[in-house]
Design a protein around this ligand. Structure first.
Ligand code: ADP
Length: 567
């Protein structure tokens, strides 16, 4: 970056066209000798007529105080062709008229004098003397408006470097022009002009090199001075630090600034720990300081992109981890449920089997002599056998349902009749335990269903109602004929289900907390089957339950008319 900056700055400083253009504010380009500037070190003043030419007229004017004769004499002299004589005569004529309070005529004379561009008068270029005289006269007359206009013209002429003026003449004009117009003096330009003039003076006495660049301090301002020999003399370029900072530095790079030989900053520093290149190394007028460049914006964007990508990867990892963890937990829970299921099934088998073994042994041994007892034993036997059979069928059916292999043999049937039959069969099973099952039904409960499957589902619900009834002994079955569906519900007044469990009881192998705690037998597949069956019939199963109050399970099956409109 430092090398590049120095290359650029060197090219700017050495560019021959640098001094050929109008540089803009804060800099001055001048050709020496001549060259238009505010003032000169040794101006070549235009020629003046010898003072002796006017001595006769001045005698009349000053010694004899004969104004009319003096005016005549000056006017005669002013009619000659020699510009220098005319200029000298007009300046003196104006003076005479002013002194004799003939201001109007004096202004006219100044007008004429101002046109004599190449002559000198009173140690000044004639037009400068005329304009200056006009201003002082207008001020004396109190014509403020005219004065401001004339003084503005004076300032404009100074700015253009229209006349070769000494520094002191310029200073006098500039100070008065500022007072008359209220316009600020061009301080920068005055400073730069002074520096250029000094170089010119120095060049006249010493042998300046062909090309040079130097930092010159004027009134405390470090002015950058660049010059080059031309055929006529020199081309000089002088610039304030503000100009250099504005016009040149941006081309050198964003991290570059300049210092003087003492190490003081000339332009705004842009960063710490710079690389420094001294004038001795670079032949530039300043010490060039370069800070470490900030990362390129492209790099910053890439870094941002990378960060975003990392963030995305992070988010995906966390999300992925969460999903995997959840799946694993689910898997673990299922495995545990399956274990519980195996234990539960074994337990389910053991109870009726034990009964079977014990009773059949008793009968075999002929230990039951009483006919009545024997009949009760037989009933028990067949009950346990049926329970075992249902259990095995449940398990087989459940497996078939899970694999989707079960086939439903659907036929139109009346759900009320089916419910009545199932309840009658179930009632016999639970008679001994004192359960009473009420059935409410409607006549038009036409559905299309697999009677065995629907019966099995209802049986499961009844079985649960008994199992989870606690001390209660009433169970209500209701078949309701809705407009579109038939509802078959089983209601008990038992232990109920916790609200947070209600949605989960239809999951396979799921057993309620209360059920397990109370040691109530079960495998966790009963309600899963009910749901399978209800859904296979285009319906659904819902539960309404309150712990300690009871539960109502309702299967909703579409009415027959909904599927096959009655013809
Ligand atoms: P289980 O063999 O455990 O009865 P189910 O699938 O039939 O399996 O029922 C799942 C769970 O739902 C039961 O463990 C029990 O917690 C709860 N449940 C089912 N029916 C009832 C009911 N009528 N009253 C209270 N809880 C019930």
């Amino acid at each position: 970056a430092a090398d590049l900056a120095i290359q650029t700055l060197s090219a700017i400083v050495a560019d021959p066209s640098l001094t050929a253009r109008e540089p803009g504010s804060g800099a001055l380009a001048v050709a020496i000798p001549g060259g238009q500037r505010l003032f000169h070190a040794r101006p070549a003043l235009p020629k003046e007529a010898a003072a002796g030419l006017f001595s006769a007229a001045e005698q009349l004017e000053i010694r004899e105080n004969n104004t009319a004769a003096a005016v005549d004499a000056y006017r005669r002299l002013a009619r000659t062709h020699d510009q220098t004589v005319r200029a000298g005569a007009l300046l003196r004529l104006a003076r005479t008229l002013r002194n004799s309070k003939n201001a109007g005529d004096a202004l006219q004379v100044y007008d004429e004098l101002e046109t004599l561009e190449t002559a000198g008068a009173g140690g000044l270029p004639a037009p400068a003397a005329a304009l200056w005289g006009r201003c002082t006269l207008l001020e004396a007359m109190g014509r403020k408006q005219d004065l401001r206009e004339a003084a503005t013209r004076l300032r404009a002429s100074l700015d253009k470097g229209r006349w070769p003026l000494t520094r002191s003449d310029y200073e006098a004009f500039a100070a008065e022009a500022e007072r008359w117009t209220g316009l600020a003096r061009p301080k920068d330009l005055e400073l730069l002009t002074g520096v250029v003039n000094e170089l010119e003076t120095a060049a006249a006495t010493t042998e300046e090199p062909v090309y040079g660049a130097r930092l010159v301090r004027a009134s405390g301002v470090p002015v950058t001075l660049v010059w080059r020999r031309t055929r006529e003399g020199f081309a000089v370029f002088a610039a304030t630090p503000a100009y250099v900072a504005r016009e040149w530095l941006p081309r050198a790079g964003r991290t570059v600034w300049l210092k003087d030989e003492a190490g003081a900053d000339l332009t705004q520093p842009v960063g710490p720990e710079p690389v420094l290149r001294y004038p001795g190394q670079t032949r530039l007028p300043w010490t060039v300081a370069v800070a470490t460049p900030p990362p390129a914006p492209e790099l910053a964007t890439r870094t941002r992109l990378l960060l975003l990508l990392l963030l995305a990867v992070g988010v995906f990892s966390v999300a992925g981890g969460y999903v995997v963890l959840r799946a694993l937990l689910k898997e673990f829970a299922l495995a545990r449920m399956q274990e519980d299921f195996v234990a539960a099934v074994s337990h389910e088998f053991r109870t009726p089997l034990t009964t079977l073994v014990q009773i059949s042994e008793s009968l075999e041994d002929g230990r039951v002599a009483n006919e009545q007892h024997r009949n009760a034993y037989y009933r028990s036997l067949s009950q346990s056998a049926r329970r075992l059979q249902r259990l095995v069928e449940d398990l087989l059916d459940f497996r078939r349902m899970q694999s989707g292999a079960v086939e439903y043999r659907k036929a139109p049937l009346n759900a009320s009749e089916l419910a009545r039959d199932v309840v009658a069969g179930f009632q016999r099973e639970v008679d001994e335990q004192g359960f009473r099952i009420d059935v409410r039904q409607c006549a038009e409960a036409h559905v299309v269903a697999d009677s065995a499957a629907l019966g099995r589902a209802l049986w499961n619900l009844l079985d649960n109602a008994v199992k989870y009834s606690g001390a209660s002994r009433t169970i209500e079955v209701a078949v309701e004929c809705g407009q579109r569906d038939v509802g078959i519900s089983v209601r008990d007044r038992g232990i109920g289900i916790q609200p947070e469990e209600q949605a989960r009881v239809f999951g396979k192998f799921y057993r309620g907390g209360e059920a397990r705690k109370a040691g109530i037998r079960g495998t966790g597949i009963g309600l899963a089957m009910v749901r399978q069956i209800a859904e296979a019939h285009g319906g659904r199963v819902d539960v309404k339950s309150e712990p300690g109050i009871g539960s109502t399970f309702t299967m909703t099956i579409p009415r027959e008319e909904n599927r096959w409109p009655v013809s």
